[in-house]
Write a protein that binds this ligand. Structure first.
Ligand SMILES: *[C@@H]1O[C@H](CO)[C@@H](O)[C@H](O)[C@H]1NC(C)=O
Ligand SMILES: *[C@@H]1O[C@H](CO)[C@@H](O)[C@H](O)[C@H]1NC(C)=O
Ligand SMILES: *[C@@H]1O[C@H](CO)[C@@H](O)[C@H](O)[C@H]1NC(C)=O
Length: 230
């Protein structure tokens, strides 16, 4: 039987070990619960991301997005490749990031017409906000087709005094009905004429790349319009 003091010390050490987190809580997906998104902060982030589409300002982008923000959207890349519009719209491999930092996003998004942005659904996790959304005025035509999409926004803690609700959006995955959007732009007569050359996709070999390029070009008899969009 060990002395009482040894038993007490052993118990305290055991308690201490239990109280300590198993791993460093610094990684995004391992964050302490108190840092998780609340229902209101998830909605605020979603609402303000929508304002970047419907009412863009650099000020809002700087508040909402991390400087190393990255945005993936094959939908947007297809639109850009089918008919680049705006000086910032450069041909991209389909699976490449659309914007690889915040300043690239700002340059591209500031050149886009503002369109309405209606939230249809919202879900969130500890660090990610996911919305389903609709826009109904991608072109100024009478029978405009609605475009519905899904956007996933991963967030990180922002430095003191920056961000929104203490968060920055650092990664966005955004896909939507690029086919309907292209049809709207074509019907509006925007960027009519021939499309751009197929863009090589570095993830496949040269032969397959030509077939992988602008899907939209095969959908319509005359290649229509495109623009970038977050
Ligand atoms: C759009 O942005 C302008 C300038 O920042 C602001 O004055 C206006 O209230 C905003 N409109 C909406 C609907 O948020
Ligand atoms: C942002 O991305 C653009 C496009 O990839 C690149 O040209 C530019 O150098 C980047 N800027 C910074 C600050 O990383
Ligand atoms: C529709 O027309 C208005 C007025 O000219 C313009 O401000 C807006 O950007 C246009 N919308 C689109 C999607 O081109």
């Amino acid at each position: 039987m060990p002395p009482l003091s040894v038993i007490l010390l052993t118990s305290l050490l055991a308690l201490n070990a239990l109280a300590r987190p198993a791993a460093e809580p610094s990684k995004r997906h391992n964050r302490h619960r108190r840092d998780c998104l609340s229902p209101s902060s998830a909605q605020e982030i979603a609402t303000n991301y929508g304002l970047l589409i419907s009412n863009y300002t650099d000020t809002l982008a700087n508040q909402l997005l991390a400087p190393n923000f990255i945005d993936y959207s094959e939908s947007v890349n297809t639109l850009i490749n089918s008919c680049p519009q705006g000086s910032a719209a450069m041909p991209l491999p389909l699976l490449a990031p659309t914007f690889s930092n915040r300043s690239a996003f700002e340059t591209g998004q500031a050149q886009q017409p503002q369109i309405n942005f209606n939230q249809l659904n919202l879900w969130y996790t500890c660090d990610t906000v996911i919305i389903r959304w609709e826009t109904t005025n991608t072109a100024n035509i009478t029978d405009v087709k609605p475009v519905v999409g899904l956007i996933s926004m991963e967030t990180v803690s922002a430095p003191e005094g920056e961000g929104l609700c203490g968060r920055w959006i650092d990664t966005v995955y955004s896909e939507f009905d690029a086919g309907a959007w292209l049809q709207n732009l074509q019907e509006a007569g925007i960027c009519s004429g021939s499309g751009s050359e197929p863009v090589p996709d570095p993830t496949v070999d040269g032969g397959a790349a030509a077939q992988a390029a602008p899907v939209a070009a095969t959908m319509t008899p005359t290649v229509s319009a495109a623009r970038d969009f977050a």
